[in-house]
Each structure stands twice: as C-alpha cells, then as structure tokens.
Design a protein around this ligand. Structure first.
Ligand code: MG
Length: 346
C-alpha cells in the first residue's frame, strides 16, 4: 500500500498586523499537507519562518521531494521521520508537516486521540498565553483591552520604549505577563531592562540576548531572579545540554525542531538538564497548534495561540477556554476541516 502526500499553500489573514523586534506582517503563507494511506487521511502543516531560511515555496518544494520518498508502513514513525531528516535537513517546517500528518494518520488508524497514544492525561494541559505584537504603549493598551479577560499575556518587546509599554499594559490588565525580546538586547542593557520590569510582576523573559550569546545569558541569569526562557537559542535536542545554567528553561516549537517526535526527545533532554519547558508556536492554523497541544500535558508553559491570530483558520481543533487548552477527543490530532462557504466567511 502506497503512502501518498499532497500539499497546498494557504494564505492566512492575520487579525492584527503582527510585529516583533525583527519583522511585521499581516498575512502568512503556510503549507497544509495531507498524507493518505488506505483511505485514511492525516493532516499536517508547515509554518515556515524566514528567520530559519524557509518560506512556503521552499517548504512546498521539500514536500514535493518527500512525496516521492515516503513508502512502507506509516506506523514506522521513527524510520520515516529519520529518513525525512536526512532528505530535508534544512526544512524543519516541512518535516514537521509530515511528522504531524503521520501521527494524525496513525491515531486515526488506531481510533485513538494522539494524547492517548502518547499516554498523556488531557486534564493536565496548561493554560496558554495570548501574544500581543510590538506597538506603541497606547496601541498596546487597546490590543490588551480587546483581548478581554485572558489569564496570561505575552508581550513582544525590544523597541525603544519597553518600560512604557509594560507599564501601560499593566495599567489595563491583572493577567500574568510574559515578555519576549526576540534577541533584541545586549547583556548589560537586558539587566537594566529586566530590573526595571521587576515591579510589573513579570513571569519570565524570553530570549533577551542574541541566540548564540551563551556567555551573556549565563551571566545574565546569575545576575537576576527573573527566569529567562530561551527560544532562538534552541532548535533541537542537540542544542539543549550547553544551555543548562544559561537560562531557566527552553521554548520548544514543532516548526523549529521538525515535529512531534523531536519535540518529545527535547522534552526529556530538557528535563534531564533541570530545565523548564514551554511549548510555543509560529502563526499556525489549528492543525499544527492542535498537534502541539497534545504534548502540552508534559510541559510547564504553553504559548499556543497562533491559530487565534488568524481570521481564516481552515481547521477546527483545540479549544481555548479561560486560557486552558481543551484537547479534542477525536482520533489522531482530532482536527476537522472548516467549510468557509457554509459559514459565509472568506
Ligand atoms: Mg519567542
């Protein structure tokens, strides 16, 4: 029986122009992938990131190459995922799409939700943060008010007025606040900024320094009690051992590491090094977000809001209720395709 792979590039419209210290955008092009085996279809998604040298076209090309190579038993997940890592070493998002679709397929063939296949308790999902992009203080206040009563907010910083931004946000919300600088600061600057942020009750600061400034990070984490979480500094399990002592924890994303199997390895390697774990995302539809959410009972923090930033999410999957991730109990990753015609949406 052949394993068939189809892919399609989708243009996602964002609810707000999304700014980080590096970029701004109001549309994203992701790639949806379908893997078919004996009348069962598994869904997957690639959310390629320019930061990692990938875009929808290169991810689509990678999936085209993969389509000619996938064969054998789809339950041989380790073999298939290893083979893809050799074939497409620089296309982590495309590999994540294949890995997610295979897990969806296998769960559907067995008739069990992915969390069950992994032996996880769906009650243990954490609450997710909702991310607010970089903006002027008064705009940040407006965006935070528009969110309504959410329990955790992640604020992108790294502009010239970070302290004013956080002060303004704190004035309009009592939510738990997390801060992500996306590598925008130098070590001395970060210590000054973090010290100034302490009075606003921040849960942690993500990636304050450049990805490879491990000396700076080690120094900074010794100087402050503020937990530092690393995102850009870590992609796969191999990156983790050298980060012990440089931060309190790491941010794992399926699109960086290449999928659920590598994310699982990372979770165990991070735990062995005494690191906390956050599960993050890119701007992703409910397909990839729901896949990641199935791992979330294993982690300390979730930042799985990518689907909530999109106006035209083609899938329906994990739900967010008072911030809590509610996993679907359908087989596989448990997402369903939405019909926009029926709903009268674009
Ligand atoms: Mg980040």
């Amino acid at each position: 029986m052949a394993i068939k792979l189809h892919h399609e590039i989708v243009t996602l419209s964002l609810r707000h122009t999304f700014r980080t210290s590096r970029e701004a955008s109001d549309r994203r092009r992701n790639v949806i992938c379908r893997i078919e085996f004996d009348d069962t279809i598994g869904f997957g998604e690639a959310a390629p990131s320019v930061y990692y040298g990938q875009d929808a076209d290169s991810a689509g090309e990678a999936l085209r190459q993969a389509a000619g190579r996938l064969s054998g038993d789809p339950f041989h997940l380790e073999d298939l995922v290893d083979d893809m890592a050799r074939l497409l070493p620089h296309q982590s998002a495309a590999r994540a799409a294949i890995d997610i679709a295979l897990h969806d397929l296998v769960g559907k063939r067995l008739g069990v939700p992915l969390y069950r296949l992994l032996g996880l308790n769906p009650e243990r999902t954490p609450r997710t943060s909702i991310t607010v992009g970089l903006d002027r203080p008064e705009m940040m206040q407006r965006k935070v008010r528009e969110l309504g009563p959410v329990p955790i907010i992640k604020i992108k910083v790294g502009g010239s007025d970070d302290q004013e931004v956080i002060k303004a946000v704190r004035e309009v919300t009592s939510a738990t606040l997390r801060v992500d600088a996306n590598a925008a600061w130098s070590a001395p600057q970060a210590l000054e900024k973090i010290t100034a942020l302490e009075e606003y009750d921040i849960e942690f600061v993500e990636q304050p320094l450049a990805a490879d400034d491990l000396e700076g990070l080690r120094w900074l984490q010794k100087q402050t009690r503020m937990p530092i979480m690393l995102d850009e500094s870590v992609r796969t399990a191999d990156d983790i051992p050298r980060l012990a002592g440089c931060a309190r924890g790491i941010n794992i994303k399926l699109m960086k590491c290449g999928g659920l199997r590598e994310a699982l390895r990372m979770i165990h390697v991070a735990r062995a090094h005494g690191l906390q774990i956050m599960l993050g995302c890119m701007v992703e539809t409910s397909a990839a977000i729901t896949a990641a959410a199935h791992l979330s009972p294993l982690v300390d923090f979730a930042d799985l809001d990518g689907h909530l930033l999109i106006e035209n999410d083609p899938f329906d999957g994990v739900q967010v209720t008072d911030g809590k991730l509610i996993l679907p109990d359908r087989p596989g990753i448990g997402v369903r395709e939405r019909s926009f015609e029926q709903e009268g949406r674009p």
